[in-house]
Design a protein around this ligand. Structure first.
Ligand code: MOS
Length: 733
């Protein structure tokens, strides 16, 4: 098949809607007669609500209701576990009792006719507490072994091997808690009609939000619909259905009117997940030639008291390099804070900071170039799973990246590169992320006007799903892009997995391909069964599709378009398609994306500022569906990685666990002035095993590897090893 659209740099099909303000985000869906709800958040870190003085607030202008645990309807909270929710623990039951489990937990909801009135009344609501000292410092928390799937792994005897290794690195690494902070705040508008509920809600997982809210309210799933056509950034924060969604629905039922609930930026730090703070220890033992003989990686991440959030903190170490003796261990520290959640490149991004910093340290100790050290430990197979990789282009990524970056100009000695008074540092690190593929479905409708509608319950938080899925459908139908209308953002569309984990194109794209092929087959059957059709009675084997037209093989006539066929069927042709990974393939291959990230930084020795001058990433991600979107994904991920390395840190007050920097002035993130030239390159990689499209995903890997590349560059510039993120001026001086 000649690709017409897949692999082409198509600009965003939804671009005009976004730049003209026509794209509507959750909070933009105003409903007739809606009221406004504002959450009142707990101001103690642990304890009990002992009193809420609702009466004076209920008399304030415009106030419709004050809902607290005393008057809130009792909700059934039926069991519901989606794959991405913590498998262990029980979710927060909001406004169902007087317990305060963490600072910022919703303890009341004030509803009024305008946002102003609701905010004023919420600010006036007096809540009294019986407070206890919460445990919010993971360094003093007892660590626990997570229940369930995240087991410790080992092969060989890492500790014995390390004891007789010629060179050993043994260091600890500490990464701050981060909050996702997308531009668009969380928002939900809830509207009931009898026992049917419609939610306009920011969500990366509409299918789950519908099921979760149905379970909380004890409704059949069909009674709930979630609508979310646009998302203004997610990074994982909208993968779960957080308490405010329940509160919006609860409030709308309480006052029998639609209710709009938008979180404040400050509230986004309380109940909508965060990247857990992590502590890691990495030990590497090597021969003088730089062959790894032993690797041990122990990691602990924070979680809440009521749920065990786990992520792939140490699993990368199992497969990244060749080594006969490897031991990895994962623990959790339970705190009196809300539950963390996946944040872009979850687990892998944190884990690889430790591993790739340690590899860099090892390279200096051995006097071997960091890239050469990785080459010497490149495995032939996934040694943890003992099976081949479906594709692995790590060394090609290093070659391409090194060439584009100009690694050859680097002089290895720390502090040896200068630009005037500035110290220049160049660092590199490996990136990797699994190539997932989850069951998904899609629907294709061929219309009589020649248009094609494609639907799936996916989201588009920014990667360009509208565009890339349009490309996939146009490709397999052989139609121009203008004839394809791809719709997403409704939970009653064909079911898809979460919009996360870098699996949307693999999963939903494969389903769309299947639906397109099925629609084509149906159209061909109509053409041959239709007595009035020029192809009437033809054998299917003798027919072929080309450029969206059906002809007899070798026939030079115009043939029949979908429109020609549908105009005679009188009803649209509708086809469903689904896709999932063949379990036999999953059994046979280890499937991951790989990449190499290079960073150049400049340090002012007098004031300690670190300026990132360039980042170059080279990735092996299978087929690239749209190079423009792919580049945009990668540069966005690099910016997230810069934030992780140099800026982002949510600081908790040890007295009550409040985020002391819960606002954009003190929660630092890279802005345009901080962001340098960013380059993303893709190696030619064909992976015939991962999925029918051959795509391995790149949303998450784009962040992985950036932070260690920067930290390694800081060492190269200064000779100071940075093992705590974010790296600050104080660390340099
Ligand atoms: Mo991604 S952390 O699965 O949104």
């Amino acid at each position: 098949m000649t690709a017409h659209f897949i692999g082409k740099p198509q600009t965003r099909v939804d671009g005009p809607r976004k730049v003209t303000g026509d794209a509507r985000y959750a909070a933009d869906f105003n409903q007739a007669g809606q009221a406004y709800a504002v959450i009142v958040s707990a101001t103690v870190g642990l304890g009990r609500v002992t009193g809420i003085d609702s009466a004076p607030v209920e008399r304030m202008p415009g106030v419709t209701a004050v809902i607290t645990h005393r008057n809130a309807e009792r909700l059934p909270y039926l069991p519901h576990k989606a794959g991405i929710d913590p498998a262990v623990g029980e979710r927060l039951h909001v406004l169902q009792d007087d317990n305060v489990r963490f600072y910022g937990q919703p303890v009341a909801l004030v509803i009024a006719d305008t946002l102003d009135n609701a905010e004023r009344a919420a600010a006036a609501l007096h809540v009294s507490y019986e407070a206890r000292q919460p445990l919010v410092d993971p360094t003093v928390a007892q660590s626990i072994v997570p229940d369930g799937a995240m087991v410790d792994r080992s092969r060989g005897d890492a500790d014995e091997a390390m004891a007789r290794a010629s060179v050993v690195i043994d260091e600890t690494y500490n990464i701050a808690r981060e909050n996702h902070n997308p531009m668009e705040p969380h928002a939900t508008i809830a509207s009931w009609s009898g026992d049917r509920l419609t939610l306009w809600s920011k969500s990366q997982y509409l299918v789950n939000e519908r099921a979760e809210i149905a379970a909380i309210f004890g409704l059949p799933v069909e009674n709930v619909e979630v609508i979310c056509p646009f998302i203004g950034g997610g990074f994982g924060t909208s993968l779960r259905t957080w308490p405010h969604v329940t509160l919006a629905a609860l409030a709308a039922r309480h006052i029998r009117r639609p209710v709009k609930l938008v979180l404040t930026r400050r509230q986004m730090f309380f109940t909508t997940g965060h990247r857990p703070r992590t502590f890691q220890r990495v030990k590497l033992g090597a021969t003088p030639e730089g062959r790894l003989v032993g690797v041990a990686h122990e990691g602990t991440g924070e979680t809440s008291r009521y749920e065990q959030f786990t992520e792939a903190l140490t699993t990368v170490t199992d497969y990244l390099y060749s080594c006969p003796n490897v031991r990895t261990q994962y623990r959790l520290a339970q705190l009196d804070t809300s539950t963390p959640n996946h944040m872009r490149g979850p687990g892998e991004a944190s884990g690889i900071f430790a591993l790739e910093s340690a590899m860099d340290e090892l390279s200096y100790k051995l006097g071997i170039d960091p890239i050469e050290l990785r080459r010497r430990n490149e495995p032939q197979i996934d040694e943890a799973e003992n099976k081949p990789f479906s594709s692995r282009s790590l060394m090609q990524c290093y070659e391409l990246g090194a060439e584009r970056f100009g690694w050859a100009r680097r002089t290895p000695e720390p502090g040896s590169m200068r630009d005037g008074r500035l110290f220049i540092g160049m660092g590199a690190a490996t990136a990797t992320y699994p190539a997932f593929h989850a069951p998904a479905s899609a629907r294709v409708r061929l219309l009589a006007d020649g248009m094609v509608e494609v639907e799936a319950a996916a989201s588009d938080m920014g990667p360009g799903t509208y565009t890339s899925m349009t490309q996939v459908a146009a490709e397999f139908l052989g139609l121009p892009l203008e004839q394809v209308r791809f719709r997403l953002g409704r939970s009653d569309y064909p079911q898809t997995p979460s919009h996360g984990g870098s699996w949307t194109m693999a999963s939903v794209g494969s389903a769309i391909r299947a639906a397109c092929l099925e629609a084509q087959a149906q159209a061909a059957r109509h053409a041959v069964q239709d007595a009035g059709s020029p192809l009437s009675g033809a054998r299917m084997d003798d027919l072929e599709w080309s450029e969206g037209r059906l002809r007899r093989r070798g026939d030079a006539s115009a043939g029949l378009s979908y429109q020609d066929i549908v105009s005679r069927t009188r009803v649209p042709i509708e086809a469903a398609g689904s896709a999932q990974r063949d379990p036999k393939v999953a059994e046979r291959y280890s499937m991951h994306s790989f990449g190499a990230v290079f960073a150049e930084i400049a340090i002012d020795p007098d004031i300690g500022t670190i300026t990132v001058r360039r980042i170059v990433g080279a990735y092996g991600i299978g087929r690239v569906v749209n190079p423009l979107l792919a580049r945009s994904q990668c540069t966005g991920g690099m910016i997230g990685g810069m934030g992780m390395a140099l800026m982002e840190r949510t600081v908790l007050d040890p007295r009550d666990g409040r985020s002391v920097n819960a606002h954009m002035a003190d929660y630092l993130m890279p802005v345009n002035l901080d962001i340098p030239e960013l380059e993303a390159h893709f190696v030619d990689e064909v992976d015939p095993h991962v999925n029918p499209l051959g795509v391995k995903g790149l949303g998450e890997i784009a962040l992985v590897g950036t932070a260690p590349a920067i930290a390694n560059a800081v060492f190269h510039a200064t000779g100071k090893r940075m093992r705590t993120l974010p790296i600050t001026i104080e660390d340099i001086l």
